[in-house]
Design a protein around this ligand. Structure first.
Ligand code: SAH
Length: 225
């Protein structure tokens, strides 16, 4: 796939190519190995996904606040989850739960055919939409809704990626996974006991692999804000 985001000149001083190269080198050393994923992280301007006051930290391998008690995920975990999703081959339809800043969405949009992204906080979703438009990434459709329900009308999906920790795997997401499809999801409480899971839908049923310990904000339910 060849969807290069438009280069932006905003904040270019603080976000020099060298700073970005250092991040890519670090992600490689930490174990990311898919060259397509590393290349997409290299060319995606993460500084546009955080407040200008934090732009100088955008190429550190760390989560950062994006308002509404939410965070933009750490680049390593964005890369790791994307690699897991893509490991079995190219994907045409991917459902993302938890758009947040839209950074993970932008990374996915450059690697798969179409992304469907659900977010429960409308203000975050509006900003994410603007950013993806600015980057001319047009293969993304957004929905304001509750990720526990997935996006039934457009199912099934070859890949589903959840960027907030669920207390358990939502049944709706399992139901909306296509045969051979892959679900990458952090599961666990609001402390240090979360695990990243990879669930694949095979002919005989769901196969569940427990991967890394992780730390995400919770997948909330209830009224939308
Ligand atoms: N991938 C995002 C991470 C954002 S943090 C980024 O890199 O910016 C997790 C996001 O999940 C938050 O925006 C939060 O509002 C959203 N979220 C939490 N519970 C949700 C739910 N039930 N449905 C949809 N989105 C939810």
């Amino acid at each position: 796939m060849n969807r290069e985001p438009r280069l932006s000149h905003r904040g270019i001083g603080m976000t020099s190519q060298r700073t970005r190269e250092r991040l890519i080198q670090r992600l490689y050393e930490e174990g990311l190995s898919d060259p397509r994923v590393l290349e997409v992280i290299r060319r995606t301007p993460r500084h546009l996904f955080v407040d200008e006051a934090l732009a100088h930290r955008a190429y550190e391998d760390t989560a950062l606040p994006i308002g509404h008690n939410q965070t933009i995920s750490q680049p390593y975990i964005v890369g790791r989850m994307t690699e897991l999703l893509l490991a079995a081959g190219p994907l045409d339809k991917v459902l993302e739960i938890g758009t947040g800043s839209g950074y993970q969405t932008a990374v996915l949009a450059q690697l798969v055919e179409r992304v469907f992204s659900v977010e429960r906080i409308q203000a975050l979703q509006d900003r994410a939409k603007d950013r993806l438009q600015e980057l001319e990434l047009r293969n993304v459709v957004f929905r304001w809704g509750d990720g526990w329900e997935g996006w039934y009308a457009l199912a099934p999906y070859n890949g589903i990626l959840v960027t907030a920790a669920a207390s358990q795997v939502p049944q709706a997401l399992l139901d909306q996974l296509a045969p051979g499809g892959r679900l990458v999801i952090p599961v666990g409480g609001n402390g240090h006991d979360q695990q990243l899971l990879l669930i694949t839908r095979e002919e005989q049923g769901f196969v569940r692999q427990v991967l890394d310990p992780v730390r995400f904000v919770p997948l909330l339910s209830g009224p939308l804000a």
